[in-house]
Design a protein around this ligand. Structure first.
Ligand code: ADP
Ligand code: MG
Length: 286
């Protein structure tokens, strides 16, 4: 092995904004068959915006923003921004609870309130019209959350997070090299498929709970080596499990720590460049 080749390779990468943190990942790069992507903040910009509100807009925003005040989820940031723009006053909340992969709940004026996806709805009825609106918005690649008060749904909020400008080209390059591309997300299947179609991703695994991402990577490893690209706290176990973990430089600290490669420019076109650079560097070391 020649450490010089490794240094040259990592030095060249660093100039391109591709940090190869350890030489170990290089060994696996040649055999990668599948590249798995997180959705939010990886394929998309990670800057979601509220686009539609169904129901009494003021009441829906008032309840939702009160609940999201204590959440750090990107969806919460979008809802709080909309409430601020609309100058909605927030209610006081008690007993705040974040329910991983599902949403948030709290007590407002002694009433149970929640914001989140359908995994949060148990004995709550959805009207036909709400369901129709939900499907329509999801097909437009918008994430839909329900706003509930006392076992009743009072409205829907649709939130859009557009793909990064370069994601489509990045996926096309990887596919042209014979790699299978997969999206792995906690978001709803309809939304995930709409975005996958926009950027040309082959397969979608949606509605994945945060704790289950690594298990899905492990299952995909049955058909060859896997590279995983992600940015979130919930991506850290999958980044560790993958043969090649690639973290976004804009990601959370724990994601960056868990990745063997870090993309400082947050541009998915650098995935193909990182794989190519690692391959060349490894072949020189060998
Ligand atoms: P990902 O980061 O892969 O998009 P998460 O596991 O963070 O997914 O969230 C999955 C889903 O859980 C979201 O799409 C949303 O429906 C729901 N959810 C999670 N946190 C919140 C929140 N604070 N407010 C509303 N919905 C939420
Ligand atoms: Mg993410």
């Amino acid at each position: 092995a020649t450490p010089t080749a490794l240094m040259v390779g990592t030095g060249r990468g660093a100039k391109m904004g591709i940090l190869i943190k350890n030489g170990e990942v290089l060994e696996d790069v040649n055999d990668v068959k599948t590249v798995v992507f997180d959705k939010t903040g990886t394929i998309t910009k990670g800057k979601p915006e509220v686009t539609d509100i169904v129901g009494n807009n003021e009441q829906v925003l008032k309840i939702a923003s009160a609940l999201e005040e204590s959440s750090e989820h990107p969806l919460a940031t979008a809802i709080l921004e909309k409430a601020k723009q609309s100058k909605v006053e927030k209610s006081a909340v008690n007993n705040f609870q974040a329910i991983e992969g599902k949403g948030v709940s709290a007590t407002i004026n002694g009433q149970n309130a929640f914001v989140g996806n359908d995994k949060l709805l148990h004995d709550v009825d959805i009207t036909k019209d709400m369901k129709y609106q939900m499907i329509k918005l999801q097909n437009e690649a918008k994430t839909v959350v329900f706003v509930g008060l006392n076992d009743q749904i009072i409205g829907l909020i649709a939130i859009q997070d557009a793909p990064k400008e370069t994601s489509k080209e990045a996926i096309a390059t990887l596919k042209a090299r014979g790699l299978r591309t997969v999206m792995l997300t906690g978001d709803n299947k309809r939304v995930a498929q709409a975005i996958a179609q926009e950027v040309g991703i082959d397969d979608v695994i949606a509605d994945v709970l945060p704790g289950d991402k690594a298990d899905h990577v492990e299952a995909l490893q049955k058909s060859g080596k896997v590279a995983f690209v992600g940015d979130g706290i919930n991506d850290a176990p999958a980044l560790t499990m993958a043969d090649v973990g690639i973290a976004m430089g804009s990601g959370t600290d724990i994601a960056i720590e868990s990745g063997g490669i870090v993309l400082m420019k947050n541009d998915l076109r650098d995935v193909a460049k990182a794989l190519e650079l690692s391959r060349k560097t490894f072949n020189r070391i060998k």
